[in-house]
Design a protein around this ligand. Structure first.
Ligand code: FE2
Length: 247
């Protein structure tokens, strides 16, 4: 009965891996620029994992957050070139692109040139919020980004528990044009029960457009691999109509 509420796909889906998603748009594979991979070897191990999991394309998204990870686009592009070189040598059958995960706080509009943000696949922009509290000017910031033509993807909304007692805020985010990207590991309880419950509620209410790995480490990779043997969870996400393949 629970599954009956979900949007159903018309065609059969592949079993046993995540090839039904095909594309991941949230990971931290550029070495030593944020809290993700700290070496090219680790990045390649994670990319090998993506191949084994059935992905055909990875859009990796290192953090851009001035107070913690003040990465310039130029610095990220240098790291990306190193990753591409490593990928070529390793000869892995996977397409890799790079964007970034922007931390949207009170000062975002002052600190970033919003006419020149690092977007992907037709001006998609991955944004995240603090897990402690949303910035008071959030909807103004979103409005300004939308005016510039960005298609906003909100990373892991299930981790913004401060809205869970005021669910209308999530609906308002959708009304403002934010697409939701839930983390695969949230569905396992990796971040705790409240994020898992919120993620499930979003799925039940058809509020989710993308499933992402948010892979920071080989440990995350192992956790995501373990999902493959969770038949109930796999059935749930295979029956849902995500938009990963369109990226
Ligand atoms: Fe992330």
């Amino acid at each position: 009965m629970f599954f009956g509420l979900f949007k159903k796909k018309q065609s059969a889906v592949a079993l046993g891996d995540f090839s039904f998603l095909g594309v991941d748009m949230h990971s931290h594979l550029i070495p030593s620029v944020d809290d993700g991979s700290n070496s090219i070897e680790t990045s390649l191990e994670m990319l090998r994992g993506f191949v084994e999991l059935g992905y055909r394309k990875v859009i990796t998204t290192p953090h851009t957050r001035p107070d913690m990870f003040p990465n310039s686009q130029e610095a990220l592009k240098v790291g990306f070139l190193q990753l591409k070189e490593g990928l070529k040598t390793a000869n892995l059958p996977i397409e890799v692109e790079m964007a970034t995960e922007y931390f949207v706080d009170y000062e975002f509009l002052q600190q970033q040139d919003i006419t020149n943000l690092l977007s992907f696949s037709g001006k998609h922009l991955l944004i995240e919020l603090s897990t402690m509290q949303a910035p008071p000017n959030l909807f103004e910031t979103i409005f300004q980004l939308k005016i510039k033509g960005y298609n906003l993807i909100l990373a892991h909304p299930e981790r913004y528990g401060y809205y869970s007692s005021d669910f209308q805020q999530f609906e308002k985010l959708k009304d403002f044009g934010c697409q939701f990207q839930v983390n695969l590991l949230s569905l396992t309880g990796h971040y705790g029960k409240p994020p898992r419950d919120l993620a499930m509620k979003f799925l039940k209410q058809n509020m989710v457009e993308y499933l992402g790995t948010d892979m920071h480490s080989v440990q995350h990779l192992q956790g995501i691999k373990a999902i493959l043997s969770d038949a109930k969870l796999m059935r749930l996400i295979q029956e849902y109509e995500f938009r990963n393949q369109q990226l």
